[in-house]
Design a binder for this molecule. Structure first.
Ligand code: ADP
Ligand code: MG
Length: 427
């Protein structure tokens, strides 16, 4: 825009430079001709006069510089510093730009072949130069005004087009972070408003897909839990009695008279200790498959039992826990998920962390359950890939629309999980 204005001014300047010399010449030829006529008339009058000196003096008194047409006695030509007269205060660069040509003319006056002076023509260009200067100023002012108007209208047009674009961008960013509810206002030119409408449609589709996905995950987790519970029941019902029978029969095989337990190294001792180990392993598998405690004991007591078990497996580990008692009032799916998250977190600390301290916290904070399992161990491997444990944890948490984060902060490895309490509200 500024370039256009400067361009217009330059063109104006160029036009002035090109056309003004001709114009000056045209406008002043009449003056030069008049000067010639005056000189001819004076020469004729002097030739016919009885006393030419007197006539010349009377004439010279009336036509004196700085009049445009004047009589100049010999030897005073030096008084004429320029070929035109100019009174005014237009900048010198502008008058230079006009390239005013030689306009003045000199016509000799003689009395009987003696040169007694000249009639000189020096036009007064003050008005013409001022007129051109005013024209130039008007051109500059209108260029600047045009530039301002064009700039303002471009700003306003871009503003009205940009605002809806900004809103569209903000809406897309919200969508990326999983917020699909706030609609993008339909504004701006038709193309942008159409894009906003399509983005809103996209948000609705994404919202539906995300809800379907969550429902599916919830079903998946529920099916998995049902299957595990069935498997646990089978194991419990089938293995339990069989193991009990093995132990009872092995005891019956040993010497009924003997009061002491069977000798270590004896076959009966071997069978009994193998059966006991199998029973313990069976209990561990059952616990892993289906934590019956949660339903029966409530979440806090189950977590305490889990931590006691962890402590017995790692006697040197310092275990800190903070479990909110209100967690006992959670519904089945929430307490099951909370338990599973804590269980997997604790198992991972025992298995992978090589920690000396482990801290487990489960609290209710506003409308969120917040679970954090932290340890001061070796930290997550840089190329961490989720195994069955973390994958299962993640699926369960997502099924309840929760958030799971693994992080290392202040020398602690942390598993942080937030579960919304209102997940049962159908969205
Ligand atoms: N507390 C932790 N400290 C260090 N590494 C961990 C911790 N928890 C998990 N990991 C890393 O994450 C990996 C994946 O864990 P997970 O999905 O539970 O599978 P798994 O326990 O069966 O290996 C582990 O193999 C381990 O390298
Ligand atoms: Mg694990």
């Amino acid at each position: 825009m500024a370039a256009m204005a400067v361009g217009a001014l330059l063109l104006g300047g160029l036009a002035l430079q090109t056309f003004s010399p001709e114009q000056f010449k045209d406008e002043n030829t009449q003056g030069a001709r008049s000067a010639q006529l005056v000189a001819d008339a004076l020469n004729a009058a002097l030739a016919a006069a009885n006393n030419p000196r007197e006539t010349l003096d009377a004439f010279a008194g009336a036509l004196r510089l700085p009049a445009p047409i004047a009589f100049v006695p010999p030897g005073t030509e030096g008084q004429r510093t320029s070929s035109y007269i100019y009174h005014g205060n237009v900048p010198a660069w502008f008058t230079a730009l006009l390239q005013i040509p030689e306009l003045g003319s000199t016509h000799p006056i003689t009395i009987r072949t003696t040169h007694v002076g000249d009639i000189v023509f020096r036009p007064d260009l003050s008005a013409e130069i001022l007129e051109k200067w005013v024209g130039f100023l008007a051109l500059a002012a209108s260029s600047i005004a045009l530039m301002l108007v064009a700039g303002l209208s471009a700003y306003l047009t871009a503003g009205t087009a940009l605002r809806p674009l900004e809103q569209l961008g903000a809406g897309l960013t919200r969508m990326r972070s999983g917020v699909y509810d706030s609609a993008i206002p339909l504004a701006g030119p038709p193309e942008i408003s159409k894009s906003c409408a399509e983005a809103n449609e996209l948000a609705a589709t994404l919202k539906r897909l995300s809800r379907d996905n969550r429902d599916l995950l919830r079903k998946l987790v529920a099916v998995q839990d049902d299957e595990r519970r069935d498997l646990a029941r089978e194991l419990h019902d089938e293995m339990g009695p069989l193991l009990f029978a093995i132990r009872a029969n092995a005891t019956a095989l040993s010497d009924p008279e003997a009061e002491d337990p069977p000798e270590p190294g004896s076959p009966v001792y071997g069978i009994l200790s193998a059966a006991e180990a199998l029973q313990q392993a069976n209990r561990r598998v059952l616990e892993g498959l289906s934590p019956i405690y949660v339903a029966e004991l409530g979440l806090t007591a189950s977590v305490q039992a889990l931590l006691r078990d962890a402590q017995s497996q790692a006697p040197d580990l310092y275990v800190i826990s903070r479990i909110d008692h209100r967690l006992n009032e959670l519904d089945g799916l929430l307490s099951q998920t909370s338990y599973r998250v804590i269980q997997e977190g604790v198992t991972n600390v025992l298995r992978h962390a090589q920690a000396s301290t482990m801290s487990v916290a489960a609290t209710i904070n506003g409308d969120q359950i917040q679970i954090e399992i932290s340890d001061d161990g070796i930290g997550l491997p840089p190329d961490l890939t989720f195994g069955r444990g973390l994958t299962g944890m993640h699926e369960r948490v997502r099924a309840l629309d929760g958030k799971l984060r693994l992080l290392r902060e202040g020398g602690l490895t942390m598993v942080r999980c937030g579960l919304p309490l209102d997940h049962l509200i159908v969205r």
